[in-house]
Design a protein around this ligand. Sequence first.
Ligand SMILES: CC(=O)SCCNC(=O)CCNC(=O)[C@H](O)C(C)(C)COP(=O)(O)OP(=O)(O)OC[C@H]1O[C@@H](n2cnc3c(N)ncnc32)[C@H](O)[C@@H]1OP(=O)(O)O
Ligand SMILES: CC(C)C(=O)C(=O)O
Ligand SMILES: [Mg+2]
Length: 606
Amino acid sequence: MALSLTLANPNPLLSSLTKPSLSRRILNPNPSFPRTRSTAASAARCSLLRPDYTPSHIPDPNYVRIFDTTLRDGEQSPGATMTSPEKLAVARQLSRLGVDVIEAGFPASSPDDLEAVRSIALEVGNTPEEGGHVPVICGLARCNARDIDRAWEAVRGARKPRVHVFIATSDIHLEHKLKMSRDEVARIAREMVAYLRKLGCQDIEFSPEDAGRSDRGFLYPLLEEVILAGATTLNIPDTVGYTLPSEFGQLIADIKANTRGIENAIISTHCQNDLGLATANTLAGAYAGARQLEVTVNGIGERAGNASLEEVVMAIKYRKDQIGGLYTGINTKHISMSSKMVTEYTGLVIQPHKAIVGANAFAHESGIHQDGMLKFKGTYEIMSPDDIGLSRSNESGIVLGKLSGRHALRSKLSELGYYIDGKELDDVFKRFKEVAEKKKRVSDDDIEALISNELFQPKVIWSLCDLQITSGTLGLSTATVKLIGVDGEEKVACSVGTGPVDAAYKAIDSIVQIPVTLLEYAMNAVTEGIDAIASTRVVIRRENSHTATHAGTGENVQRTFSGTGADMDVVVSSVRAYVSALNKMLGFRDRSSSLEDCAKQVVRTG
Ligand SMILES: CC(=O)SCCNC(=O)CCNC(=O)[C@H](O)C(C)(C)COP(=O)(O)OP(=O)(O)OC[C@H]1O[C@@H](n2cnc3c(N)ncnc32)[C@H](O)[C@@H]1OP(=O)(O)O
Ligand SMILES: CC(C)C(=O)C(=O)O
Ligand SMILES: [Mg+2]
């Protein structure tokens, strides 16, 4: 988003935003993203530099308050209801995260909500975090005395209590919902703010609901009246997510320029996401002069949700150069945990590609990207996962799949302890691609199974070329097997058997023509799910053959040979294991025969 292009009439008030920030606020003048240690340090400095709290004034013009409404607007997401203990846990986490204001609920909506807000106010609203920060605890109320009484009752036990009152100002809401005239709305708004002030509340937020669609000619004077009545924060909601960033930025700039007394209040944004623009609108609002931004963790909220805390905060942190040097008091290291907690308690699972906190936000599956990441992380990552407190299972966030390349596979293999290159890597890569074509994700266990199948194999004398089987309940199973010998010659055989594996083994026997006894056969699913890799292990013994001297007893024992195979197809896996054991047996070198002799013997017998 090109914020600098969005404001049609640059307001003189806005120019102050682009002035150089006070030097003590410049946390990281380098726009390239910070790495682990510097990130931790900058997060710590953020909270140290949070300006002292006065409801209607922020001593540092570049500081932006983060108002979290996960527990109020977030809970308005269908199905997102949280229990009171869960709300308390989320509030504690939000405090740790460093939000300035926690909107803990709508106390008039139910006795349970009132109690939940009260306990958050008493506990979280009185417990300083490391560095001394205590968040403001806020409760929402309609513009009526009953709602306001309950909200005040719920939050007043906090060290910094706030009540947020709202009433709609757009004609569409006045006519069809409230059924009130503009004069009535203005009177009620003014009277209810004054009423709240009389109750003793010093920190009052007022929202003209649906401001995004409200007539400016009504909005400015109404805001002036509520400021005079005692409102300290003016929140400008784009209730239905209708505005575009340029419009919303202009709305904030216009309110700042045209509302008398606005310097005695903080302007706030509250952007819904109906057009997917909540984050962009919020940033445009901040650029235009808003110094409180209302957000929710994971962007949950009514309908399409609200501006997401993690997106807004990280955009400000990483693009402060484009947004007038603004900064927040959020310790971004707690973002990942906050996101997981909210997902867990609300049951609202976020999409994998959700910015910042989605499962894929720091994962790389394409070969070209993985190669770039292995060479330098800045090629494909604009921020570090450490910065949101995310530790990845592997350093570069590489996820192996069908679009991965050799660089990524080799890196994964070396992580697993296998150092291979050249032809060996090519062979494993070929098998890896075959599996990845069929599986969505190739796990470490899959790789281990493939590598043991590919690397820990005896010298190849016979290799599997093709296999076709039929099996079922109508009769014997049949198998057609094509093997390739050391000289490259292909041999095909068919057989029937009691099952597909039996049929395939018999077909192989008729090609290899060396009688063996199958002593053991075991199969495991290496990974979970229908597309799991099957790993097979067999043990065979050549009839009338090799003996070995037992190391302990000195007796002559008949030698056995094991083989392993892996594939997503259980019969292919079984055949690979059997061929592997046969190769080991045929390649067995005792004093009298060399591998070459064995090979000749195989070719002769085939
Ligand atoms: C944009 C927003 O997110 S606003 C917040 C929305 N959140 C919620 O609504 C969740 C909590 N709400 C509730 O639990 C219930 O709606 C309650 C308890 C608040 C009210 O329930 P009820 O008294 O049964 O009223 P109901 O919700 O059906 O209707 C709302 C009433 O409030 C009026 N109203 C709506 N907004 C306001 C306001 N800001 N100030 C004063 N009155 C308002 C409506 O006009 C309507 O009045 P009416 O009954 O005279 O027609
Ligand atoms: C209560 C108000 C601020 C609200 O949630 C909205 O307008 O979206
Ligand atoms: Mg809302």
